[in-house]
Design a protein around this ligand. Structure first.
Ligand SMILES: [Zn+2]
Ligand SMILES: [Zn+2]
Length: 133
């Protein structure tokens, strides 16, 4: 069973597969909300999601059509709830350990890579941070 949690571990979630689709989202709201160039989402039927630590979960209405859920203790952004489709909730792939029954199948709201993050940038890749003393 897929399991995930926020950075501090107060919010834990799991669901019974099959999972829905998964996609890489490049929209500016995801970028601002997560502080990242891209956010990978996995959709899960809302009724299949088991959630622990609800008292730490806060919802923010990021637009008229969606709410975003985050942990009030550690700030991890975890969930996306479309207002017009309550049967489905999106969870962040990065907060789920291990393999899933689905892999991302598309990039959405892709409007070119930001100037500061290119997927194939040719930069050196380190397993640690060589500039961190
Ligand atoms: Zn947390
Ligand atoms: Zn997005």
């Amino acid at each position: 069973m897929p399991k995930g949690h926020c950075l501090c571990g107060e919010i834990r979630f799991s669901w019974e597969p099959p999972s829905g689709g998964s996609s890489h989202c490049h929209c500016s709201q995801c970028q601002y909300s997560h502080g990242a160039a891209v956010v990978t989402w996995v959709s899960v039927p809302t009724s299949d999601l088991t959630l622990e630590g609800r008292e730490f979960l806060k919802w923010y209405a990021s637009s008229e059509s969606a709410q975003r859920g985050f942990c009030t203790n550690c700030g991890s952004s975890l969930f996306f709830k479309p207002a017009n489709y309550p049967e489905e909730i999106h969870v962040t792939r990065a907060n789920i350990a291990g393999d899933l029954d689905v892999e991302p199948h598309m990039h959405i709201y892709f409007n070119g890579e930001p100037s500061w993050f290119k997927e194939n940038d040719g930069l050196p890749r380190y397993a640690n941070d060589p500039e961190d003393p």
